[in-house]
Design a protein around this ligand. Structure first.
Ligand code: SF4
Ligand code: SF4
Length: 262
């Protein structure tokens, strides 16, 4: 496969991620109306909302009544990701992914990284529960106070302050402390998308007859545990933690992996 082919989804993902940030930026600087707000709750084309299910869950947990427009915005998001494209928010939309992918890339190049800290990838699900408990106790959306996604969008629009430091901490944590540490273990936003994505239509499919068990896919996958069938049997990668990033597909010289709808 050509070098360009090895990065086609990666390049496309970066274009999508940067364009979304530009649209938020343009709203504040030029009055564009494509995307207003941030990735927790955005008004699209001045007509309807898209809302992050985890942010809205926290707002509901404070006892606040959420407007019907926002509820519809959550329903659209849950249907789009949960039924169609799975946890693609993480690899195609979320700007933090650019930072954590960079840390993972540098680790693969031999920079950084102790390999000894072990943390269950289920930690993110416990953080979902903890965030909701803290929200009820504090009466404010607890995770939103530190949510790096909001910090990045605000940083791009208004300039980086403390958000830049938070991103640097995440980058160093992933680089030096735990491989795929933040997005692959801790982030409750990605965790919730994982929980709703198991029965999505768009999945990666492995044709094991073509697979030479080189394991190149496992080297680049940010959720390597989902590739357990590689080298063993054909099938779909159905675990909700797969971000549909396409990295495994584009690095597979055997063309044993592909996206599959249904
Ligand atoms: S895990 Fe969280 S921070 Fe990482 S890409 Fe997904 S939503 Fe963004
Ligand atoms: S299995 Fe493939 S598409 Fe899914 S997260 Fe891993 S590299 Fe990305």
């Amino acid at each position: 496969m050509s070098k360009i082919g090895n990065y086609k989804f990666l390049v496309l993902r970066r274009i999508v991620q940067i364009c979304i940030l530009l649209l938020f930026w343009g709203t504040n600087h030029f009055g564009w109306t494509v995307l207003k707000g941030n990735l927790s709750s955005a008004k699209v084309l001045d007509r309807f909302y898209l809302a992050d299910p985890f942010a809205v869950l926290q707002i509901l947990a404070t006892g606040t009544i959420v407007s019907f427009d926002i509820i519809i915005g959550v329903v659209i998001v849950v249907i789009f990701y949960g039924l169609f494209v799975g946890r693609s928010f993480c690899s195609w939309v979320c700007p933090v992914n650019i930072v954590t992918d960079m840390a993972a890339y540098l680790r693969r190049k031999g920079l950084g990284g102790n390999k000894y800290l072990k943390l269950t990838r289920s930690a993110r699900y416990y953080i979902i529960i903890l965030s909701l408990i803290m929200t009820v106790i504090l009466g404010v959306a607890a995770y939103e106070i530190i949510n790096p996604i909001g910090f990045v969008v605000r940083g791009v629009v208004f300039g980086f302050g403390i958000g830049g430091t938070l991103l640097l901490v995440i980058f160093l944590f992933d680089l030096l402390v735990l491989k795929n540490g933040f997005c692959g273990h801790l982030c409750p936003v990605g965790g919730l998308y994982s929980l709703i994505s198991r029965y999505r239509l768009l999945k990666v499919r492995l044709d094991n007859d073509k697979c030479s068990s080189c394991m190149d896919c496992k080297v680049v996958c940010p959720e390597v545990q989902v590739l357990g069938i590689v080298g063993k049997k054909s099938g779909n990668i159905s675990q909700g933690e797969c971000t549909n990033c396409g990295r495994c597909i584009e690095v597979c010289e055997d063309k044993a992996l592909r996206f599959k709808l249904f």
